[in-house]
Design a protein around this ligand. Structure first.
Ligand SMILES: *Cc1c(COP(=O)(O)O)cnc(C)c1O
Length: 414
């Protein structure tokens, strides 16, 4: 283990991160990341790694990706000034509108990029996992657009909870396979998608939904989601008159957050904050705040922080937001926390719902509950730093959350 107590070491690791040296040739970010998988998976991951090296920076791939992002996804997404919240909170709040991306969240950026890669790798079909169904919908849409058959693994419990998204996937031609093993939620769905992939790693492409999993997935997803931060940086300079003092994003597996953060890592005057789900409290099982309460360990192919008990048993997690409800987190976030470049905090269920209502009424934007966690943290920052300029990632829209909101905020009001 590297010595993180030593300030000089941490500063050196930050310089290397800024120079783009991570992941290193072993797929690591400092000690985090890597490839902790059964022998049978190694050839498939190596093939993917070679494919990324061949295609990701290829001008023709980049041109097709840009064309799809601009004419089908709806990029660049706008940067909106939050007039009412800014006046009320006493600071300048700028919102990066990933809720306006096709299918309603940032997930489509990675889904389209990976589906285009799948075609170049010669895959005949795509498999994906989904929890709340957002990544399943994004994958189904990208695959329909490119004419690739798509199979989505989804926990039986989640299928029950997220029926509208199951319908959306099916309407776009995807096959949805219920997973009845394990915890019957996201973690079991990832395991099942990987099992499918290994049976035919050449003909099948595994389209992973967050910046998690074995190398090279966290890298691939970061590269595809960094368009959020790159656009935001330019838009802040053009519209807000300068870089933000603080950048905020919510963190589940960490894909929208790493996409927002990475282009700002070298701007040392910009403070960066990730916001996790504090659920109903700090006890094990009561939250999904991996970076706040987790300890180092291996989950689904990577060494990172995770929520586990003293015996290494993965804990059940809780959050009102299905998209943040995961016991692990992408390895680059564990790294950025450890070297002190990004600060992570958590916001509870009730506070996130309050923020969701405030944003809806103040700005006419109903955000995803995931996203609302970031706004609750921004409100607190604005009050501590009057007059500051704040950028917040508005990762997705809240229409998908209507069943949960009907049971909570709207209870007795309909
Ligand atoms: C899936 C999702 C998240 C959480 O996933 P990350 O990989 O952490 O970004 C956050 N917000 C929305 C709207 C989502 O759909």
């Amino acid at each position: 283990m590297m010595n993180f107590d030593n300030e000089a070491n941490r500063a050196d690791l930050l310089e290397r991160e800024i120079r783009g040296e991570f992941p290193d040739d072993k797929g690591r970010y400092g000690p985090f990341g890597g490839r902790y998988v059964p022998e049978t998976l190694i050839p498939a991951l190596e093939r993917l790694d070679a494919g990324i090296k061949r295609w990701l920076k290829d001008p023709e791939y980049q041109a097709e990706l840009t064309r799809e992002l601009n004419t089908w996804v709806g990029r660049p997404t706008p940067l909106s000034y939050a007039h009412t919240l800014s006046a009320r909170w006493g600071a300048h709040v700028w919102m990066k509108r990933e809720d306006l991306a096709h299918t309603g969240a940032h997930k489509i950026n990675s889904a389209m990029g990976q589906a285009l890669l799948a075609k170049r790798l010669g895959a005949k079909r795509v498999v994906a996992e989904t929890g709340a169904g957002q990544h399943g919908v994004a994958s189904a849409a990208a695959c329909a657009r490119l004419g690739l058959p798509c199979t989505v693994y989804m926990g039986a419990v989640d299928i029950e909870r997220q029926a509208p998204n199951v319908g959306r996937m099916k309407l776009m031609g995807a096959t949805v396979v219920p997973v009845t093993g394990g915890d019957q939620t996201l973690r079991a769905a990832v395991d099942e998608a990987i099992r499918d992939w290994v049976t035919d790693p050449n003909g099948t492409y595994y389209l992973l939904g967050s910046a998690i999993g074995p190398h090279p997935y966290p890298y691939l997803v970061r590269e595809l989601q960094s368009i959020i931060g790159r656009e935001s940086r330019q838009q802040m300079l053009a519209q807000a008159g300068g870089l933000p003092q603080a950048v905020y994003a919510c963190v589940g597996g960490g894909s929208n957050a790493i996409g927002m953060f990475y282009p700002f890592v070298g701007d040392k005057d910009v403070e960066i904050y990730g916001v996790e789900a504090g659920g109903r409290g700090s006890g094990l099982g009561d939250n999904s705040a991996t970076l706040s309460y987790g300890t180092p360990g291996v989950l689904q192919g990577a060494f990172s922080l995770l929520l586990q008990d003293a015996h290494g048993q993965i804990q059940e997690t809780h959050s009102v937001s299905a998209g943040l409800d995961y016991p692990g987190v992408g390895p680059e976030h564990a790294f950025l926390k450890t070297i002190g470049r990004v600060s992570y905090e958590s916001i509870g269920d009730d506070e996130s719902l309050e923020a969701l209502e405030e944003l809806s009424q103040a700005e006419g934007i109903l955000p995803a509950i995931e996203t609302a966690h970031a706004f609750a943290a921004v409100r607190a920052y604005a009050k501590r730093h009057p007059g500051s300029r704040i950028l917040v990632g508005l990762s997705g829209r809240g229409d998908k959350d209507m069943p949960t909101l009907t049971r909570t905020l709207l209870k007795g009001k309909l």
